[in-house]
Write a protein that binds this ligand. Sequence first.
Ligand code: NAD
Ligand code: MG
Length: 372
Amino acid sequence: MRGVAILGSTGSIGTSTLRVLARQRDRFRLVALTAGSNAELLDCQAEEWRPDFIGIVNGSPSRTARERGASCLLTAATHPDVDIVVNAVVGFAGLDATLAALRAGKRVALANKESLVVGGELVLEAARQGGGELIPIDSEHSAVLQCLTDRRAEISRLILTASGGPFRDWPQAQLADATVAEALNHPTWRMGNKISVDSATLANKALEIIEAHFLFGLGYDALDVVVHPQSIVHAFVEFVDGSVLGQLGFPTMELPILYALSHPERLPDAGVRRFDPLATGALTFEPVRTEVFRAFGAGVAAGRRGGTAPAIFNAANEVAVAGFLAGKIRFARIAEVIEAVLAELRVEVASSLEVIRDADRQARTRAERMVG
Ligand code: NAD
Ligand code: MG
């Protein structure tokens, strides 16, 4: 029995993880649960699962939480009975727990891509130091990992697929004033609000390119994206001889979540819809409209630049997305805020957590000023 902690148990990935665990009770034991602010749902989960540790970061009082405040994430992430930490927190707020879990030698099943984007080198260093391992939950990166088997040294290129989001084929002029409801209406995935907006701007795909750079140790010239509206092929891996493997399936996060728990093994799971090629319809591929989805290009450029640039990109994006969701800025403004903040701030070598925190803080301040 492997012990599992879920950070962000009340979110989209958190609740999907509980559904996966409910079908694997003989393999995994739920040891810790933490939530951001939804005390009501957290209490229901706690009463059903009876984990050893329950924490809540803020929000209304919880009947079951043992610890309050951001420190509860670290307590859960380093709990002695925990082997696997599912980091399903959204945003920069997940970074400290990723670092702490890796330093404590845990497996981090990583949904919180932002922690790897902002802290890339430090996160890898924490894993080396503590003996922890990083296994992606993100479907594209799970697909890559599943295609790799033991052939990591022979990869020549990764092609991540992107659904293209709800605005894939919208004219640029119409897109500028897209509403929050339209941005959240993702064609193939049901996800939390922040990542849904990231998928609409394609900032999510830039975050994923940076995530892939750190996870698989590839340079940016070896990382491509192709738009694939059906979300059936999750990624392609090209090897040095030109052969290409892909991983396919109907869109569900339960499969990559289970794989992140069981890797390198595969476990039987009767709960996911079996694949049927006849039900997929035609599979199509098209280029990213980079001139329309400017947040994508800005994010990839920040990745290539390295240092604190990805942290600046991430912070500006988090603030702009929150501003858009709050009705303070229009959709097109998200990319403008990201571009302006990246142009304004000096990029430093990401030599320590303090340097990254500082870049994050400065970028937030600038972005907040623009969002108003
Ligand atoms: P969500 O908004 O549905 O859930 C976020 C969870 O984190 C909630 O439990 C919330 O209470 C908690 N949380 C929020 N702010 C917090 C904070 N400051 N401190 C501690 N906890 C906090 O988001 P989601 O869609 O589940 O996404 C979670 C992460 O997984 C994101 O990094 C996202 O990019 C990634 N991801 C999600 C999907 C998906 O299908 N939803 C797919 C791939 C990757
Ligand atoms: Mg993804």
